[in-house]
Design a binder for this molecule. Structure first.
Ligand code: ADP
Ligand code: ZN
Length: 755
């Protein structure tokens, strides 16, 4: 047998190696191996076993790394698809399907020393008083971690080693698992009795799962993967009981001997969410470990979680984006919650979209995929409309609480009440509402998607605006730190007290635009007696802060919570009866065709935080563009209305879902050179694809973020209905394209944002 190996160093092809006798039974597709390459030893993964090679004199594999078959054949196939579709080298795709710590086995198993009693033979050898005392403890415990023994016996490892020398005990290294949730007590939960809508949704999913389990040799017709579409779109308002449906569907998969993956946006992967899944599967006959994968785990924790999955002890996985590659086998069900979330898209190579990978993975492994959202993406809803996905709807909240009443406050009106012509932070009606909640001891959430105090510093005398020297954005003023900060590259400088232009020096610089810090400051001034907490990446430095704030809010220690999108998702607080969106226009005027969609989603999500308890909720949306459709449809909780008008606009302009986009971004330090190179690329594209009528190529144009971290950025956008073909062609031509050394190109297939 010959092993075909993809190497981790960037080479877009496989190499053949012979398999030495000693490794023969450990090499399989997916094994990680060390192989000689030139003078070096490099890591690679076996992608195929073949009997012939066109090469002679094959070098042998040096050794197999880690346990056999780290990459399951299913996940390997998925990585290959990803490399092709997202136009990236296979070795990078392979890297992203295995956590670094698993790939290298560097932060591998943590070991602890265990002291164990040995069967006594004959008389006890002579012992000192100390040794005898320790011996008694061991005798009682039979086995005890060395560390623990040192502690309880108030002794040293040396003394214990002496007992080992005398043949009384053994000291051995044992594997120990790190558990990021070790200190939490999980209270088991029972399935709830579903309401009729939920029951219907569950039945659709479990019926599909049952079809999936038809054994291949049962005589029933076996469906080809392409005819086996299990994808469901679960469109349900927040609080409609989607999560309960997920839990029961997962239970069904477990009953049928299959595991499941639950994808949640990183930001919604709160302890609250994780606990809900752990609680359901912590006892009973379907008991299984629930593995958690997210970016805040240590390398060691990630390693251990991964192995829990690989060995089948954890059959449910909940995690952010990369959990889609979890080695669950057999895989029955994939759930993608909040499927519309932009954060499912990875913003570095491989630039995959976890939802789309989920759909592909489900199809390849004949699993069922459920995409859930209160505000589905236009792409997914369109797929449901044309029958590619099955649509399940949960239009009502589980409890009889109504969706909150949403009122629009026109900031152009409110502006008149502000001091010195600047718009007030809160319109009078929002102020009244906040006051009322404080009086009634109910809670308020105020949302603004921009941190800092103000978004710009400008001099009204000479027109100076403080900008970042590396990026084409203005600097944000952070008052607590007294600094100006770039939110793109983190450049910072002290905040000036007068205009820094040497020729000007005007002492009256103006801070324009709102940030959460200013909202907080204003609240503290207006309501000195209230307990106010800001929650954004400036105030939360670690996950314990996050947990603490949420606990304080839940227990009523906080009256008003101010925050960025961190507070928009997944939180469930019954005593919140008021939500204020301080400035709804922020995301509306981004130069991106999804700006309206993003705004609609965000407003709906944030509004959903209100009135989840007994008292009806109220939402105020402050805006300068009260009649914008995204705002009007969000006010009426009218997803369908929004979809109908937005889809028409997409169709007219041939934007997704009517075409797919490949965005080519070139960047370099010399602007002329970047522009020139991009123009050259455009000519090449025209030449390569001269006969491809259906392709729409636009650009070059400066990227919306024209300069970032000192690099100038130019873009070309290609739109097509045949993206798989375009990806292949781009990969092929990319090899013959020689870019200047100081210019780099990023190919982004299905970009989530056009910045
Ligand atoms: P979603 O995921 O759609 O936001 P959840 O599943 O979180 O909705 O449900 C919202 C609330 O309603 C939760 O507190 C949940 O425990 C409760 N709930 C869900 N389904 C039922 C049910 N069938 N009976 C009673 N309570 C339910
Ligand atoms: Zn910058």
């Amino acid at each position: 047998m010959i092993a075909r190996v993809t190497l981790e160093i960037a080479l877009r092809r496989d190499f053949d190696y012979s398999i030495p006798e000693e490794w023969a039974d450990r090499v399989e597709v997916g094994s990680r191996v060390k192989v000689p390459f030139g003078a070096r030893q490099v890591l690679g993964v076996v992608t195929a076993l073949v009997s012939d090679s066109t090469h002679t004199n094959l070098k042998p594999i040096s050794r197999v790394v880690g346990e056999p078959g780290l990459v399951t054949p299913e996940v390997l196939g998925l990585a290959r698809w990803m490399a092709e579709y997202y136009c990236c080298p296979i070795e990078l795709a392979l890297k992203s399907v295995l956590p670094e710590s698993v790939r290298r086995e560097k932060d591998g198993w943590r070991e602890r020393l265990l002291v164990r009693i040995l069967p006594a033979v004959g008389e006890l050898p002579p012992l000192t008083k100390r040794q005898e005392m320790i011996w008694r403890i061991i005798e009682e415990w039979r086995e005890i971690p060395l560390q623990e023994l040192v502690r309880v016996g108030e002794t040293t490892a040396e003394t214990i080693r002496k007992l080992e020398d005398k043949g009384l005990v053994s000291i051995t290294a044992e594997r120990m698992e790190r558990d990021p949730y070790a200190n939490e007590v999980v209270v088991a939960s029972e399935p709830l009795t579903l309401n009729p809508r939920q029951a219907e949704a569950l039945k659709a999913i479990t019926d599909a799962l049952d079809l999936r389990t038809v054994p291949v040799d049962s005589g029933a017709p076996v469906m080809a993967p392409s005819t086996f579409s299990g994808a469901f779109l679960l469109h349900g308002v927040t609080g409609s009981g989607k999560t309960e449906v997920y839990l029961q569907a997962l239970a069904h998969a477990l009953e049928r001997g299959m595991g499941g993956i639950v994808l949640v946006p990183e930001i919604s992967l709160t302890p609250q969410t994780v606990e809900r899944f752990k609680a359901r599967f912590s006892s009973g006959k379907l008991r299984t470990l629930v593995a958690v994968l997210h970016s805040h785990l240590s390398a060691g924790e990630r390693h251990d979680e991964w192995h829990k999955i690989r060995t089948g002890r954890a059959r449910i996985v909940i995690g952010a984006r990369s959990a889609i590659f979890a080695p669950v086998s057999p895989l029955g069900l994939i759930i993608v919650d909040e499927e519309h979330e932009g954060s499912y898209k990875q913003e570095e190579t491989p630039r995959y979209h976890a939802r789309d990978v989920a759909v592909v993975r489900a199809q390849r492994e004949r699993a069922i995929v459920v995409l859930g959202s209160a505000t589905p993406s236009l792409e997914s809803y369109h797929n449901a409309r044309r029958g590619k996905y099955r649509l399940i709807e949960l239009p009502d909240r589980v409890t009889d609480t109504h969706l909150p009443l949403v009122r629009i406050l026109d900031l152009r009106e409110a502006g008149k009440t502000g001091k010195g012509g600047t718009p007030a932070v809160f319109a009078p009606r929002l102020r009244e509402a906040i006051t009322q909640r404080l009086e009634r001891k109910e809670q308020t959430i105020l949302f603004l998607n921009r941190r800092g105090f103000s978004s710009s510093l400008l001099c009204e005398k000479c027109g100076y605006v403080a900008g970042c020297p590396n990026c084409s954005v203005s600097l944000t003023y952070h008052r607590a730190a007294q600094r100006l900060l770039c939110h793109i590259c983190a450049y910072e400088e002290p905040a000036p007290t007068r205009c820094p232009q040497p020729s000007c020096g005007n002492p009256a610089v103006r801070y324009g635009g709102l940030g959460t810090e200013r909202v907080e400051a204003t609240l503290k001034r207006l309501y000195p007696q209230a307990s106010i907490q800001r929650m954004d990446s400036d105030t939360l430095k670690n996950k314990d802060d996050y947990r603490r704030v949420l606990t304080d809010f839940r227990t009523g220690k906080i009256d008003i919570l101010v925050g960025t999108q961190m507070i928009a998702k997944g939180l469930h607080f019954p005593n919140v009866t008021l939500v204020g969106i301080v400035h709804a226009d922020l995301s509306l005027h981004l130069p991106d065709f999804r700006a309206g969609e993003r705004t609609f989603q965000l407003l709906t999500q944030v509004s959903g935080r209100a009135g989840r308890g007994d008292v009806e909720g109220e939402v105020f949306v402050q805006t300068f563009t009260p009649f914008h459709p995204a705002i009007q449809y969000a006010r009426r909780h009218d997803f369908l209305g929004f979809y109908e008008q937005e889809i028409e606009f997409r169709e007219q302009l041939l934007y997704p879902p009517f075409a797919r986009i490949a965005l080519l971004t070139l960047k370099g330090r010399n602007e002329d050179k970047v522009r020139f190179t991009t123009e050259h690329l455009r000519k090449e594209l025209d030449r390569w694809f001269a006969s491809w009528r259906e392709l729409i190529i636009a650009g070059p144009a400066p990227a919306p973020l024209a300069r970032a971290e000192g690099y100038f950025r130019y873009q070309i956008m290609i739109r097509t209905k045949a993206m798989s073909r375009l990806s292949l062609e781009l990969a092929k031509h990319q090899e013959e394209l020689s870019l200047p050394e100081d210019i780099s190109m990023i190919i982004d297939i299905d970009p989530a944002s056009l910045s």
